[in-house]
Design a protein around this ligand. Structure first.
Ligand code: ZN
Length: 307
């Protein structure tokens, strides 16, 4: 009896492995035929560069919770908290800058760069604020203007940039953040705009950010809709789908694909080392008929290098 059970368990695990490999090989064959690819990336893609993810154990939220003695570390990324305790939030952003600038792009970042230089990338939307994608040779950046051909859209800003939020300042709103600026933020000092002398902040999007239009204009959602009308493959890479923003993007893509009747033409792949993210993404959806969303349970560096 016990022996039978053991065999059954082994068999199940084997079936799961077989299914996983089938998904991977079907993904690779579809991807090899795709020339109009949209990539969405989350913090999982930078994990192998040594960067902290938000929600994982020991991640940014947990560290913020301990450091700044708040019940939920996510608070440090909320506009309401920022308005009440700006110095805490800015100090954390200074730390994020240090961590990001000490890291290098991963194989997955380089692979997305290759898709771009080979003309196969419609757009790369990243939720990451580490700016690692900008370090890839040949990678271009979307500047917030509708017809900008730049490929990478930093949906939530970038920790390597400073933002002057003073509406009457004539200078460009965005400038490069330096180590000295990061040090000042960590030391709870103001970093002032060189043109208008008002305090600046890193260009990192907070929840309900009052400056969101300056960080990533709402226009981005229209650009995304247009991109979806011309893509044949959507990759969701290193995203746990535990945060509301990523689910909103996912739902938006499903909505547009459905509205355009492109369910048969567009394949989507959720690439993550554990299959929970695939489950998290699709479990909130009530109608996934006629949409192809494949779980690709695999390391992003390995699988994207195959494209
Ligand atoms: Zn200014």
């Amino acid at each position: 009896m016990e022996g039978e059970r053991r065999v059954l368990r082994k068999r199940k695990a084997l079936d799961k492995d077989v299914r996983r490999m089938e998904y991977i090989s079907s993904f690779l064959s579809i991807a090899s035929e795709s020339s109009r690819i949209i990539v969405f990336t989350g913090s999982g893609i930078s994990a192998s560069a040594g960067l902290s993810t938000f929600t994982s154990k020991g991640g940014l939220y947990e560290r913020a919770m301990k450091r700044f003695k708040v019940k939920d570390g996510m608070k440090l990324f909320c506009n309401s908290h920022y308005r009440r305790h700006p110095k805490d939030c800015l100090a954390l952003m200074g730390e994020i800058y240090d961590e990001a600038t000490a890291a290098s792009p991963t194989e997955a970042h380089l692979a997305i760069g290759r898709l771009e230089t080979r003309g196969r990338l419609v757009r790369h939307y990243t939720m990451n604020i580490d700016g690692l994608h900008q370090l890839v040779r040949g990678a271009t950046t979307w500047t917030g203007v509708r017809d900008c051909p730049g490929k990478t859209v930093s949906l939530h800003g970038c920790c390597r940039e400073l933002l002057c939020t003073n509406a009457s300042c004539d200078a460009p709103k965005v400038s490069t953040m330096t180590q000295a600026h990061a040090r000042a933020f960590k030391g709870r000092k103001d970093v002032r705009c060189s043109a208008c002398s008002e305090p600046t902040r890193p260009k990192i999007m907070l929840y309900d950010d009052a400056d969101s239009e300056l960080i990533t204009p709402d226009l981005v959602m229209e650009v995304m809709d247009e991109d979806i009308s011309k893509c044949d493959l959507v990759l969701w890479v290193g995203i746990s789908f535990q945060q509301s923003a990523s689910l909103e993007y996912f739902r938006n893509v499903q909505r547009v694909i459905k509205e355009l009747g492109r369910g048969e033409e567009v394949t989507q792949a959720i690439i993550n080392p554990d299959e929970d993210s695939w489950f998290n993404a699709i479990s909130g959806m009530n109608n996934m008929d006629n949409t192809k969303v494949i779980p690709v349970v695999c390391d992003a560096n390995t699988i994207l290098s195959e494209l």
